[in-house]
Design a protein around this ligand. Structure first.
Ligand code: AMP
Ligand code: ZN
Length: 121
């Protein structure tokens, strides 16, 4: 069983409302907010409210939640400025571990989109 809340985790602090964020969507299981240092014209972060450190700790129990997050992403992408598929579109990205480029150890899905070029990739 993962901890519900890690007091040292910046995303747990955002979920708790202890650190401000630019929220774009919230329900009982997930929070979506704007990345503070965007790599593309649209850059959102989707986080489960439960503290899961990375994809490495995901279990079968988490599959429905991750599925819901993935299924919600296209609507949030479009609502927040991504251009329509297929000329527009978006990128979903989950960095995992040091070599995967993960800096914040609370599972998050990046939603990146908007007109090119982007700062990264
Ligand atoms: P990652 O490298 O995949 O762990 O991504 C962490 C992301 O969190 C980076 O894109 C940061 O810009 C973003 N980030 C860090 N602190 C905050 C914050 N307080 N509010 C919004 N985004 C943040
Ligand atoms: Zn956390």
């Amino acid at each position: 069983m993962n901890l519900m809340h890690d007091p040292n985790c910046i995303f747990c602090k955002i979920i708790a409302g202890d650190i401000p964020s630019s929220k774009v969507y919230e329900d009982e299981d997930m929070l979506v907010f704007k990345d503070i240092h965007p790599s593309a014209p649209v850059h959102l972060l989707m986080v489960p409210k439960r503290h899961i450190p990375s994809m490495t700790q995901v279990t079968a129990e988490d599959a429905p939640l991750l599925g819901r997050m993935m299924a919600k992403a296209p609507e949030l992408a479009q609502a927040n400025g991504c251009n329509p598929y297929p000329d527009g579109g978006f990128r979903l990205m989950v960095n995992t571990g040091e070599e995967g480029g993960q800096e914040v150890h609370h599972l998050h899905i990046h939603i990146l989109g908007g007109a090119r070029p982007w700062r990264k990739g």
